[in-house]
Structure formats: structure tokens, C-alpha cells
Design a protein around this ligand. Structure first.
Ligand code: 5AD
Ligand code: SF4
Length: 477
């Protein structure tokens, strides 16, 4: 195949976007492109955008302003915009920015090579049609040139879209209606990943544990080839080589007994759940249209703890939602402490176009929101550090990601609870230090607010008998 030049993809936002960028990179490899180190070097630049909060959307406009020069620097360069802002604004991006060559929506990744062909013939195209069939999952297998940024780990889409319409959230508009992939396609992809050395899969979906629910509800899961989420986990757990299964993000409404049982009974399902709370006030949860109250949320936390006592629960919280009083906010702080969240992502409410909450008039003033955000993050810091301190002395399994930001020859990785672990350099250096993608056993020796510090365990290798999974190959140390 003749070389088409080099590409670079700038990705903003959530794991779905990171995964979409990977899918696009793979597609571009199949089209004859190779990856550039950065955008200065690239012939094709694609921006994969996020619109969850206004800050993320404004980032795109600021980027595009600066990229006029990039485009003019070298003839034959192309600039594409995809993702959630593209879906939301559509052709408007083409009319506002004359140096953008093509715009594609969240369901239209597959058309990027064709749009690029049109651009080469001087035709600027925008395609943001919603595709309600499974066709959009029909993407080529991994190209030999495709390299995962994180060896040993991979994302795996199980469902897309969202039908929940929480009053603050733009996602149902940018990602469209819920659609679940047939289980066999998911399992086949997981088997292929395992064969390529992937040890950890993260199942992706906007409301991932709603997987298959519409088919089940309509009595057509057999035709559609879907099943309940708990059952899907059971099948994935049986795949040899897949040692860790994670999923993000579940919705509390679909957190059923089968999912709790999966945590209790399936060895590869990791002891970590990221369960978005949004608010600890019943009144605010109602206005957010979340369809659960604080008691139900805490009941799920209790059930999870009963099933897996060491489970790490993390969350998302929004402060300053319209009408949030000091008492509502204190309910959130109180719930956070009761749930003992190990970590949380917290955001100031940002009104989004065409969402129900955008019309609410009782906005919280920005200073109060900022103050609440800081108070909440302060509480979280205390909870995170307490969790880290309680872990010191444990022997844990870490999946190595690469060099640590702390330098000094340290490596970074994640334990099964999804905590960041920095592994001290060995003294004297090991003749075969761990590589990215390896699973190693370490001793946790110190706690910091952001990570756990560890040393390689003297028991150098987890043998098959000691390996709690019992099904994996002996670990390379
Ligand atoms: N404003 C602030 N935060 C938001 N999120 C979603 N929509 C908004 C919004 N309009 C947060 C939620 C969600 C996370 C991905 O982003 O907490 O779980
Ligand atoms: Fe947004 Fe709510 Fe859907 Fe999550 S469940 S993507 S917060 S609408």
C-alpha cells in the first residue's frame, strides 16, 4: 500500500473518546497512514473532542484558532474534528473555521478515510448522522502497526449511547440512543485481545451495566445475541489469559444482585467500582433525574462491601447544581464519608445546551460552587490518604504501565483496586526489570495522598499455584 503520510490524534474527554481515538488510529493504519510523534510532524491532525462541560468545548475553539497557522505551514495538510462537540455542533464547525477539512460525529468514525479522500479533491464534508444499527461497530481488526499506548491493558466497548437523560447531561444528545453489541462479538474481541497479551480489559459503555437491558425488557435478547451484564461478566471471566476485568461507568439504577454476585464470585472481576453519585441530597438527585436516592446508593455500597470487604469505591460528584443549598451540599459530604470513597472526580455544574437543567433559574453563584468544590476535595484528600495508609504492609499484584512521573528509575502501575502504585527502583538493579504490561507482586511500603509506594516482593514470581486466578501463564518477572 502506498504511504498516505502521517497522522496525529489529539484526544479530550473520557475513556470512550480515548478508545474511539484508538479505533480511528487503527483505521488510519489500514488506510496506509503511520503515526506521527506529535502534531508538528503530522500531515493529518484529528481532534477528538469532548463537550461534557463548557470548558472542554471551549478548548476546541481555542485549539482551532491556533491551528490556522499549522495548516498554512505546509500544503497538503488536513485537519479533521470528531467526537462529542462535532456531534453537537455539526456543520457549524465547517462554516466557522474555514481551515477545517472534515467533521465527523460519534457514530461516523468509519467514514473518516472517505472524508479524507473528498478533502483531497477539495470537498469539505461533515457527517454527524446518528446510526442506530450495529454497523458502526464494524471496524477492521487490529493492524500489525497498531500499538496500544498501555501494553497489557485494553478497552472493550460493550454498549454505547445513553437513554437516561439526566437533567444536567449532554451525553444522550452527543452519543445517541443505547445500543448493546452482541455478546459473541464482545467475547471474540476479548479472546483476540488475550491472544495479543492483554491481561486487563475495561468494559466500556455510557451506562455499562445497562448492557442488554432493552433486549431483555422486550424479550428479544436471544435474537439480538445479548444477555444481562452479570452474565456477560461470567463469560468473560472464563477466557484464559484475561486476569482482570473492570467496567465503566455503571449507573446505580442498574446495579442488581447479579452484578454484586459477579464481584463476590468471579476471580477476574476487580475489587473496584467507579459508581457515579453526583449528589448526596435526595432533593438534588430528583432534580438531576438520577432515579435513585441516597439510601439506595448507600445500600449498594453496603452490599458491595458485604460481598467484597476490601472493595475500593470511587465516584463522580457535581457541586453547585441549580438550587443546591448548603444543607444539600452537606448531605453530599456526609454521604462521601459514610461511603468512604477511595477517590472521586468532582466538578462544578456547567449548564449544557438542550439539557433540562439549562432552563433552571436558581443557579448557584460561581464563588459558592468554587468554595464547595474545594471543601469537597479536601474531604476526599483525607479519605484517600486514610485508604492508602490502611493498605501499607499488603502484598499486591501490580500491572506495570511504564516509568513513574516520580523519576529515579521508579515504575508506575495499578493494583487490582485501581490504585496508582509507584514501584521503587531495585538496588542493585534487577537483571530483568519488569516491563510495561507485566504483572508483578509487590509489597506496599508507604502511603502518599496520590499513590502507594511499593518494593518488589522477595517472593519473585507468582507461580500458577499461588496465582489467585490459577488460569494464567506464570508471570514474567
Ligand atoms: N456539569 C458538570 N459536570 C458534569 N458531568 C456531566 N455533565 C456535567 C455538567 N453539565 C460530570 C458527571 C459525570 C462526569 C463524567 O461528568 O459527574 O459523571
Ligand atoms: Fe449522562 Fe446520566 Fe447518561 Fe451518565 S446516565 S451519560 S450522567 S445522561
Amino acid at each position: 500500500m502506498t504511504s498516505q503520510g502521517t497522522f496525529y490524534i489529539r484526544t479530550y474527554g473520557c475513556q470512550m473518546n480515548v478508545h474511539d481515538s484508538d479505533k480511528l488510529a487503527n483505521l488510519l493504519h489500514h488506510t496506509g497512514f503511520s503515526r506521527a510523534e506529535d502534531d508538528a510532524e503530522a500531515d493529518l491532525l484529528v481532534i477528538n473532542t469532548c463537550s461534557i462541560r463548557d470548558k472542554a468545548e471551549n478548548q476546541l475553539y481555542s485549539d482551532l484558532g491556533k491551528l490556522r497557522e499549522w495548516k498554512e505551514e505546509r500544503p497538503g495538510r488536513f485537519l479533521g474534528v470528531g467526537g462529542c462537540v462535532a456531534q453537537q455542533v455539526g456543520d457549524g464547525i465547517l462554516s466557522r473555521f474555514s481551515h477545517v477539512d472534515f467533521v465527523f460525529g460519534t457514530h461516523n468514525l468509519r467514514w473518516v478515510p472517505a472524508m479524507l479522500d473528498s478533502a483531497r479533491q477539495g470537498q469539505r464534508r461533515g457527517d454527524t448522522k446518528e446510526i442506530r444499527s450495529l454497523d458502526r461497530f464494524d471496524l477492521p481488526q487490529k493492524h500489525t502497526l497498531f500499538e496500544s499506548v498501555t501494553p497489557g491493558r485494553a478497552f472493550l466497548t460493550v454498549m454505547e449511547g445513553c437513554d437516561m437523560f439526566c437533567s444536567f447531561c449532554i451525553v444522550p444528545r452527543t452519543r445517541g440512543r443505547e445500543i448493546s453489541r452482541p455478546a459473541e462479538a464482545i467475547l471474540a474481541e476479548a479472546r483476540e485481545l488475550a491472544q495479543r497479551g492483554v491481561r486487563e480489559v475495561t468494559l466500556l459503555g455510557q451506562t455499562v451495566n445497562a448492557y442488554g437491558r432493552h433486549d431483555l425488557g422486550r424479550g428479544r435478547s436471544q435474537q439480538a445475541g445479548t444477555m444481562a451484564f452479570g452474565e456477560l461478566l461470567r463469560h468473560l471471566d472464563e477466557i484464559p489469559g484475561i486476569d482482570r476485568i473492570r467496567y465503566t461507568s455503571p449507573h446505580p439504577l442498574f446495579f442488581d444482585e447479579a452484578l454484586i454476585e459477579a464481584h463476590a464470585g468471579l476471580e477476574s472481576v476487580c475489587p473496584h467500582v467507579h459508581l457515579p453519585l453526583q449528589s448526596g441530597s435526595d432533593l438534588i438527585l430528583k432534580k438531576m433525574r438520577r432515579r435513585y436516592g441516597r439510601d439506595r446508593y448507600l445500600e449498594i455500597v453496603d452490599e458491595l462491601r458485604e460481598a467484597v470487604p476490601s472493595i475500593a469505591i470511587t465516584t463522580d460528584v457535581i457541586v453547585g447544581f441549580p438550587g443546591e443549598s448548603e444543607a444539600d451540599f452537606e448531605d453530599t459530604l456526609d454521604l462521601m464519608k459514610q461511603a468512604e470513597f477511595v477517590d472521586s472526580f468532582s466538578f462544578k455544574y456547567s449548564p449544557r445546551p438542550e439539557t433540562a437543567a439549562a432552563d433552571l433559574t436558581d443557579q448557584v453563584d460561581p464563588k459558592t460552587s468554587q468554595d464547595r468544590l474545594e471543601r469537597l476535595q479536601n474531604v476526599q484528600r483525607g479519605l484517600t490518604l486514610a485508604h492508602h495508609r490502611s493498605r501499607v504492609g499488603e502484598k499486591v499484584e501490580v500491572l506495570i504501565e511504564g516509568p513513574s512521573r516520580r523519576g529515579g528509575g521508579q515504575l508506575r502501575g495499578r493494583d487490582r483496586h485501581h490504585r496508582l502504585v509507584n514501584l521503587l527502583a531495585e538496588d542493585p538493579p534487577s537483571p530483568s526489570p519488569p516491563r510495561s504490561g507485566d504483572l508483578v507482586e509487590v509489597d506496599l511500603v508507604e502511603a502518599t495522598p496520590h499513590s502507594l509506594i511499593a518494593k518488589r516482593s522477595s517472593a519473585q514470581q507468582l507461580s500458577r499455584a499461588e496465582n489467585p486466578r490459577g488460569k494464567a501463564e506464570p508471570l514474567r518477572i
